[in-house]
Ligand binder design. Structure first.
Ligand SMILES: O=C(O)C1=C[C@@H](OP(=O)(O)O)[C@@H](O)[C@H](O)C1
Ligand SMILES: C=C(OP(=O)(O)O)C(=O)O
Length: 464
């Protein structure tokens, strides 16, 4: 479990007076699409200059920038626009020591992706497609997360990838590209694993068929198809037919639905009525599980479609009205639904703790491999609120009706746990301190500002 090093968040329950109705709130760009758009600059069909607009600039996306620079790709950040230029002088990164690695390969740039597994896995896939020799590493937490989900199928396709420390984990040396066309099976529903293999196939121009157990978020498929890659899909399989793709000079990132979930949840938890609108949200169905599950359970949430981005993502306005009065419980018992809300499980569980009925969030075994074991940390966070929650192997059972209390609540240095806790706290009378809650910066740097804009009373403890 990571040590708490971020500042605390202090939340006073209740909504500030005078919030307008309807209320429109702007939320940052999507983390997953930002990662993919940035990495598109490493594809063979990329322009010399790529502009990524409305990028998410949380720690997870920023974690990629030094690695890109070490590969000779300059990235300038101006507001939320990233200007990415190929052909720059490489800027080497310092190596993070590892007790199991005595000698680091000298002829390969060292690429550190900190705590972001999306950054590491997608980068690994691109390197395995382009044949760029490099070491991919992460921080001490990421070094414990599985990389074999992706490395195994890449090796079947002929990639030369060597574990430098513990088998199955970072750091790895990517020493040779995929070159054997074929069919591979993914053992897990992880979109990062599927995306890494697809990026490798497309970067190498290699025909590959990929069978997967769950159709989790499909941003990579949409983006590559929008860039002209020849992808086909059938039940349980996505295939690349071979050939090139062309990356356009500008990629726009839609608003992150996983982040929009926090102001929407706060609005629904208060239940004061009124309408909350979040524009330009990524309305990709593989990301809307949180809203769809609440809708099915009786919440008034709707989508107003508008168009498609150059990266192939549907966008539109998310509208939430009223509260949770008609919602008695929530239920997630299909893998595809779980994956469509995989990062919102802590928030959905927090909302479930306020409902009268018994809620179940299942098919969630992969949550054990996030930056924390999110089944355990979600249960630990909710337990601190006094909720009746049971963690089982693959999910969470939440029995509503237990009186919730405020006080000190742990975030376990996990941004999703911190933001779920702070959002639940806005609905409870009294003060809650989310310890280490400022780790929300990993994905949502202006989380507190956005929650204040919808009426929350939340601030960061700047004394620590
Ligand atoms: O593809 C991506 O960008 C992501 C996929 C998911 O992880 P898994 O692929 O491990 O399920 C998600 O939890 C993560 O925040 C981002
Ligand atoms: C799990 C997450 O990201 P990653 O897997 O990329 O670390 C997340 O953002 O909640």
């Amino acid at each position: 479990m990571p040590m708490t090093s971020s500042a605390d968040l202090t939340v006073d329950g209740g909504r500030t007076a005078g919030v307008s109705d309807p209320l429109t709130v702007t939320v940052a760009g999507d983390k997953s699409v930002s990662h993919r758009a940035l990495l598109a600059a490493l594809l063979p069909g990329a322009p010399e200059l790529l502009t990524v607009r409305r990028a998410n600039l949380g720690g997870a996306v920023r974690a990629l920038l030094p690695a890109m620079r070490a590969l000779g790709v300059a990235v300038d950040v101006s507001g939320d626009t990233l200007v990415v230029r190929r052909g720059a002088a490489p800027v080497p990164q310092p190596v993070r020591p590892h007790s199991g690695v005595v000698a680091w390969p000298e002829d390969a740039p060292y690429l550190q992706t900190e705590g972001s597994s999306a950054a590491a896995r997608l980068l690994l896939g691109i390197l395995a497609g382009t044949g760029l020799r490099a070491v991919v590493d992460g921080d001490e937490v990421l070094r414990h997360r599985p990389m074999d989900w992706l490395v195994d199928p890449l090796r079947v396709l002929g990639a030369d990838i060597e574990y430098l420390g513990e088998p199955g984990r970072l750091p790895v040396l990517v020493a040779g590209s995929v070159h054997r066309p074929g069919r591979v099976d993914l053992a897990v529903g992880s979109a990062q694993a599927r995306s890494g293999v697809l990026l490798a196939a497309v970067a190498a121009g290699l025909p590959v068929a990929l069978r997967h157990p769950v159709r989790s978020r499909d941003h990579t498929e949409r983006m590559l198809a929008a860039f002209g890659a020849r992808l086909t899909e059938s039940d349980g399989e996505v295939a690349h037919q071979g050939g090139d793709c062309v990356v356009p000079p500008v990629v726009d990132v839609p608003t992150d639905p996983s982040l929009a979930a926090y102001p929407v949840a706060a609005h629904l938890l208060w239940g004061h009525g009124g309408e909350l609108r979040v524009p330009d949200v990524c309305l990709n169905p593989t990301r809307l599980g949180f809203f769809d599950v609440l809708r099915t359970a009786g919440a008034d949430i709707s989508y107003e479609g508008r168009g498609t981005t150059t990266g192939g993502e549907p966008v539109g306005t998310l509208v939430a009205r009223g509260g949770l009065g008609r919602v008695r419980r929530v239920r997630v018992d299909q893998p595809a639904v779980l994956h469509a809300l995989i990062d919102e499980v802590p928030l959905l569980a927090a909302v479930a703790a306020t409902l009268p009925g018994e809620s179940w969030i299942g098919c969630a075994e992969e949550l054990r491999f996030k930056e924390t074991d999110r089944i355990a940390t979600t249960a630990g966070m909710l337990d601190a609120f006094g909720a009746d929650v049971a963690a089982v192997d693959d999910g969470l059972l939440i029995r509503g009706g237990a009186p919730l209390r405020t006080g000190e609540v742990p975030a376990f240095e996990d941004h999703r746990i911190a933001m779920a806790a702070a959002t639940l706290a806005v609905s409870l009378p009294g003060r809650t301190t989310v310890s280490g809650g400022a780790c929300h910066r990993t994905s949502f740097p202006d989380f507190a500002d956005v929650q204040r804009a919808v009426g929350a009373r939340i601030c960061e403890d700047t004394t620590s």
